[in-house]
Design a protein. Sequence first.
Length: 119
Amino acid sequence: MTAETTLPIFDTFNTILVLFVIAAFALTAVRLVKGPSYADRFVSIDMLTGLGVAACALTALAAGRSEFLDVAFALALIAFVATAAFAAFLERKVAATNRRLAQDSIRRPRMTPKGEVAQ
């Protein structure tokens, strides 16, 4: 179906879906700004790319052109690769934090003000 031959119900349905995508985009943008952690921010960026894929699909439906689906597939692929890269980044960060905590937990002798080992 092309945009000229769609039924009015499809136009109404598409408009409602676009409003849902806009509302989700606004809520996700708030989470992106507020944070508080890297993981929260990255999940919101991942959600924004998912909303971009949905927007491309809705545009393809409204315009009756399949080229927008190619853009949606490319965006989804890029989002997947970015998610995998960020997961690797967080894994290294957690491993470094665990190593640092393990080194700090090694029992060190307490020293007196005179420089002697306290009992």
